[in-house]
Design a protein around this ligand. Structure first.
Ligand SMILES: Cc1cc2nc3c(=O)[nH]c(=O)nc-3n(C[C@H](O)[C@H](O)[C@H](O)COP(=O)(O)O)c2cc1C
Length: 200
């Protein structure tokens, strides 16, 4: 049986708020699964930069494998698992690229060392390339500290990218050790969310 229902995103947002208030480190990240160019599966943890409307905002570098994979095949699954509130969400849907200016604005608030590492990708070696040894990276970062001594004046690199995972299918699993779990499936069609309860 399918029925119209309340927007599941507002439920996700309030669960996340509760998880954050319980200092759940998982609430600020997600796992993104993509399809590699050779059709094999890839997953990795990413910061979940924000949720608005049906969109989950993620940032990366255009040098990263995931960016190349998404350009090649827009299929993805986003996994949210918040132990403190015992909720899992699996999200699929469309992919929208973020305007670069918005990614840059957010990057300006990043910690100093993260900014320097992003400069390293641009000025020394690209992300994921073979590194001779860790010392080479550390001395290059020290050199970048001298070049950009002021945290606020590190220029944004060219390779910053971001995208929105725009949900049209959400599967929520509510786990409770004292009761039988609940599994809810939400699909977005004809401008509204529809709900089905599944065997957990
Ligand atoms: C807590 C945590 C947060 C991360 N956040 C991001 C992120 O926001 N963006 C990103 O590109 N990689 C992030 N990473 C690194 C990725 O997991 C991954 O190692 C890297 O992006 C290379 O992945 P790729 O080769 O599949 O592109 C994060 C890793 C951890 C452990």
């Amino acid at each position: 049986m399918t029925s119209d229902c309340i927007d599941p995103i507002s439920e996700i947002v309030s669960s996340r708020q509760r998880a954050l208030s319980l200092n759940d480190v998982c609430a600020s990240v997600c796992s993104l699964a993509t399809v590699a160019v050779d059709n094999s599966a890839r997953t990795r943890v990413m910061n979940l930069n924000g949720i608005s409307g049906r969109s989950f905002e993620l940032h990366c570098s255009e040098q990263s494998s995931k960016w190349q994979e998404l350009l090649h095949n827009r299929a993805y699954e986003l996994l949210l698992w918040w132990p403190s509130v015992a909720r899992q969400y699996r999200i699929r849907g469309e992919l929208e690229m973020m305007p670069k200016s918005l990614v840059e604005q957010s990057w300006l608030r990043a910690p100093y060392l993260f900014k320097l590492l992003d400069r390293f990708y641009q000025e020394y070696q690209p992300l994921g390339s073979k590194l001779q040894n860790q010392q080479m990276l550390l001395s290059s970062i020290n050199h970048l500290k001298t070049k950009y001594p002021n945290e606020q004046e590190v220029p944004p690199p060219q390779h910053l990218r971001g995208f929105y995972c725009k949900a049209d299918l959400i599967e929520a699993l509510y786990i409770d050790n004292l009761r039988i779990h609940e599994r809810h499936c939400y699909s977005y069609t004809e401008n509204s969310w529809h709900h089905e309860l599944l065997v957990p």
